[in-house]
Design a binder for this molecule. Sequence first.
Ligand SMILES: [Mg+2]
Length: 164
Amino acid sequence: MSFKPHYIYARVSEIPVEKLKSKGIKGVILDVDNTLTTHDAPQPSPWVRKWLDQLEQAGIKTMILSNNNKGRVLPFAEILKLPFVAEGKKPLTIGYEKCAKLMGCAPNQLAMVGDQLFTDIWGGNRFGCMTILVEPIQEETMFFFKAKRFIEKIVLKDMPRRQL
Ligand SMILES: [Mg+2]
């Protein structure tokens, strides 16, 4: 059982596209909430588009895997023109399998990028892909999220920042 991401970055746009490519990554699976945007915001953060363009230019496919519902994910995916899997049930691997099939990639050719250890990273590790943790764009306020972040901090305490 591993919650440990392979790499950690502050935000998606800091992940070096050329290094992903040199590691044999052919597809990137992206979480939405707090990875590409704040919770329930209708628009992606402005620096996201630029990074996605870099991935496209490098020939790396991208798609969205969210545990949120279709009503939330579809409009956002349309703005970014990305295919998506909603209600992905992370950390189960079912959503990752759908993404891998759609992108025509093996697990070891994929990188999962997300802000949550217990969904995005755990699921990605179980599936066998590269996992990259990013800091949540906006600190959540609800108690549930606060409690979860607290536990994540304990798990991450002794973890060095490992970058590509
Ligand atoms: Mg998230």
